[in-house]
Design a protein around this ligand. Structure first.
Ligand code: MSP
Length: 512
């Protein structure tokens, strides 16, 4: 019987850019999904990494005055540092310069070559002598290079081509019939209509080594290096240890969900599944295409100087604030705008006022009214029944929402419960019960508040792991948070009595 597993991937990011908030978006979403599926009892694999070959990296290294490998090592380390700062619990960080990956890419290329999927041909393109660069028709003005005012010549370069055109029909069926699901629906429609209308061309999968030296040599012709996308796609297999680690591969492949933004959907909907078909491996189950976002209304770019550094952001606000904000601010499939002003507003209202306050008003009440011990509950009144019903609604609802990758809606649902718990405290007014010495009722109320907090902690733990473990510690539960599972341990009534709360600094002191 197939074990209950979940395999999620992010794109592997180019090392010619430094990690920014855009890459962080995909990676945080993948981490939340991985943690959530783990919480529901699955064996989980989260893969991320860096895409390190090709002309762009070769040139960036040259510009930085570093040897390509040295350059890649430095930037890959920055990505790892960023993911550590954001609490990303990846199972593997794959680098395309890993020896194992390089060998596996050569193995696939040889297999494709032997299977007749690759042939030798010519790559033809426009070339401007002035720029010493290939040009596309779109680069030209009145047919001439805008910088050198000369007509480019047609240059052809020997290369190897992959027979992508042979796969058109199969790819169309694959996507149209949801054998490879693409969500949201409009992204699937775009790809179906692309595959219906555009004729797929065979693609060049190599460059002459004298032009692009920073790449994996073709095993059957070492004077060529591998096209970076072919190299990159295979990370999704090699990151699992494929082809050597058959057991891990069989456990997790096909990928449950591959996350990306729309910029790289088309290549993922054509070249990637076509390679898999050609080598006889099942396609991934699903892609989810999230939105693209700008910063303070502008596209993020090094030249505009508005690239948001996740490490700096994490130092300023803490990882969970970023994780919460980025997923609660916009619907996952839609484009959005990132602003620190909005981040601070959301921090003050949702984190400081709602969640932080819930805990910080409770701990002193526990100390005062319950001698620091969790009381045993008595009979439930309507107020408690209402709170309990809400917790059950949220636990059940979360699963559906996260199944649809509705992170924003999932957080909003959890926050309804946070709001409900705060209102419960106002209505049940434990301070009045203490004044009137209604001991039994006071115990029930304090139990219910603590129970609501316990369930909230389990529910937020995938989104805000650091906060969850701090809160868990403060409410004094001895079993580890990591041993909790959903929905079982989030059922009302799981709180054991006789535990000690701990005073600690506020989790989210308001930003003035
Ligand atoms: N190396 C390729 C991917 C190869 S995967 C086999 C690549 N790298 S990239 O560094 O450009 O990363 C692109 C991805 O980063 C996007 O698809 C998205 O996941 C993420 N994002 C980068 N900038 C982003 C935004 N501004 N907004 C949202 N996501 C962004 O393409």
């Amino acid at each position: 019987m197939k074990r209950n597993t979940f395999y999620v991937t992010t794109p592997i990011y180019y090392v010619n850019d430094v990690p920014h908030i855009g890459h962080s978006y995909t990676t945080i979403a993948a981490d939340v999904l991985a943690r959530y599926h783990e919480l529901t009892g699955k064996e989980v694999f989260l893969l991320t990494g860096t895409d390190e070959h090709g002309i762009k990296v070769q040139e960036s290294a040259l510009k930085a005055g570093e040897a390509p490998q040295e350059f890649c090592d430095r930037i890959a380390a920055q990505f790892m540092k960023a993911w550590q700062a954001l609490g990303i619990n990846y199972s593997n960080f794959i680098r395309t310069t890993d020896d194992h990956h390089v060998k596996a890419v050569q193995y696939v290329l040889q297999k494709l070559y032997d299977g007749g999927h690759i042939y030798k041909g010519k790559y033809e393109a426009l070339y401007c002598m002035g720029c010493e660069q290939y040009k596309t028709a779109g680069d030209l003005v009145n047919g001439k290079c805008p910088d050198h005012k000369i007509e480019p010549e047609i240059r052809s370069e020997e290369c190897y081509l992959f027979k992508l055109s042979e796969h058109q029909e199969r790819l169309l069926r694959l996507i149209r019939d949801d054998e490879l699901k693409i969500r949201p629906q409009e992204r699937k429609n775009e790809m179906v209509s692309f595959l219906e209308k555009e004729e797929l061309q065979d693609i060049s999968i190599s460059r002459m080594r004298e032009k692009v030296s920073w790449g994996i040599p073709l095993p059957f012709d070492e004077s060529h290096t591998t096209y970076v996308w072919v190299d990159a796609f295979l990370n999704y297999l090699t990151g699992l240890g494929w082809p050597e680690d058959k057991e891990n591969f069989e456990l997790f492949w096909p990928a449950s969900i591959q996350l990306m933004a729309k910029d790289i959907l088309r290549v993922h909907a054509t070249i990637w599944p076509a390679i898999l078909i050609a080598i006889g491996i099942a396609p991934p189950v699903e892609y989810f295409i999230h939105g693209y976002f700008t910063v303070n209304g502008e596209k993020m770019s090094k030249s505009l100087g508005n690239v948001i550094d996740p490490i700096e952001l994490s130092v300023n606000y803490g990882p969970d604030v970023i994780r919460y904000f980025i997923l609660s601010e916009f619907p996952f499939g839609a484009d959005g705008d990132f602003s620190t002003r909005r981040l601070e507003e959301s921090f003050n209202s949702d984190l400081a006022n709602d969640l932080g306050n819930l805990l910080h008003r409770t701990v002193p009440m526990m100390e005062k009214y319950c001698q620091r011990l969790v009381p045993t509950p008595g009979a439930l009144d309507d107020l408690e029944k209402d709170l309990k019903a809400k917790s059950e609604e949220v636990v059940a609802g979360l699963d559906n929402l996260l199944g649809e990758l509705k992170f924003r809606e999932a957080l909003a649902l959890i926050w309804e419960f946070v709001g409900k718990a705060n209102k419960y405290i106002d209505s049940a007014a434990p301070w009045a019960l203490a004044r009137e010495d209604k001991r039994e009722r006071l115990d029930t109320v304090m139990y219910s508040i603590m129970e609501a907090i316990r369930i909230i902690v389990i529910l937020i733990s995938s989104f805000m792991p650091e906060t969850a473990s701090k809160m868990w510690d403060q409410i004094g539960i001895e079993e580890s948070l990591g041993s909790q599972t959903l929905p079982k341990d989030a059922a009302w009534g799981g709180l054991k009595s006789g535990l000690e709360v701990k005073h600690a600094a506020p989790l989210f002191p308001r930003i003035q």
